[in-house]
Design a protein around this ligand. Structure first.
Ligand code: ATP
Ligand code: MG
Length: 293
């Protein structure tokens, strides 16, 4: 058990994100290694900080083999908020993609299954992740992949149409955002955000397949207007390519359905032949072993 922040010794910097820095740390008493995420808040962002701290309390209860564990939340210096997280030694899917580029479909199917299991768990707890993207999918040497980073997750109140709302600057990248999140007026009644996580999964899987961000083509300028147009009006499957299996194409098509009401649900997608094909033939090709460079 981690009692105090001072029980942790910093070993290395693992990476920087929008809101702060992630360190590799060691618990002095037990020698266990963790990742420590330090979020910085502006002096005038106390409401935002309080909300994040409140959510962190809820997220400490999250306990699934497909979600990175949060072992504790502490107040750091100058209003910092420090999250002690399970350490994932291989790093993020973003790092892996930079080295590997394209992945075989079977491996992509394994990624799909793991992320869907994580989403099934979170959504079952009424938590919308809201920031599914390669840098938030972490891998360890046991070949496990887990969803991380609840910085922008929302805990959706039962029966509430207006979940806890974070400041948009906190949300970070928009590249994985669904059409309805970019244009909330288009949502209509009843939108609770769960379908946005499925869209983001579709973009991630396309990225694994294509080897780069898939919604804009290589020659296009990756500016805000191009991105926005591509998400809302473009053909999300334009980069699928001729070698893709019909199962893959159908699966990502269900994730990248622009109308959130018609998009596949997590449960539907867990039963999709693309995902089942990988788990029925589980073997060295499907798993994520050997991803450490
Ligand atoms: P954003 O701020 O938009 O979420 P990000 O996900 O890249 O971007 P962070 O969440 O701060 O930013 O993470 C930075 C990097 O630290 C990640 O890309 C990953 O490589 C590493 N990292 C984060 N959490 C862990 C962890 N639990 N174990 C190992 N490495 C981690
Ligand atoms: Mg992150």
């Amino acid at each position: 058990r981690i009692e105090r922040l001072s029980d942790l010794e910093k070993l290395a910097v693992l990476g920087h994100g929008n809101g702060g820095t992630v360190y590799k740390v060691r618990h002095r008493q037990s020698s266990a290694v963790y990742a420590l995420k330090v979020l910085r808040f502006d002096r005038d962002a106390t409401a935002l900080r309080e909300r994040a701290a409140h959510e962190a309390e809820i997220l400490k209860r999250v306990d699934s083999p497909f979600v990175v564990r949060c072992h504790g939340v502490f107040d750091g210096h100058c209003g910092d908020l420090c999250f002690v997280m399970e350490y994932m030694d291989v790093g993020s899917l973003h790092d892996v993609l930079r080295v590997r580029r394209r992945m075989a479909e079977k491996v992509v199917a394994g990624v799909a299954r793991r992320v869907l299991e994580g989403l099934r768990y979170l959504h079952g707890m009424r938590i919308v992740h809201r920031d599914v993207k390669p840098s938030n999918l972490l891998v360890n040497g046991q070949g496990e992949m887990k969803i991380s980073d609840f910085g922008v997750s929302r805990v959706v109140g039962v029966g509430s149409k207006d979940p806890i709302c974070m400041d948009d600057s906190y949300v970070g990248t928009c590249a994985y955002m669904s059409p309805e999140r970019l244009d909330p007026d288009s949502c209509g009644d009843g939108y609770d955000g769960f379908a946005g996580d499925v869209w983001a999964l579709g973009v991630v899987l396309m990225e694994c397949h294509v080897g780069r961000f898939p919604l804009i083509s290589a020659g296009q300028r990756p500016d805000w207007a191009t991105l926005m147009w591509a998400i809302c009006f473009g053909d999300p499957l334009m980069e699928v390519g001729e070698t893709a299996s019909p199962e893959f194409e159908s699966f990502v098509g269900r994730c990248l359905e622009k109308d959130w009401r018609r998009r596949g649900s997590v449960l539907e997608l867990l039963n999709h032949p693309f995902v089942n094909w990988c788990s029925s033939t589980e073997g060295p090709d499907d798993d994520l072993h050997g991803w450490d460079k």
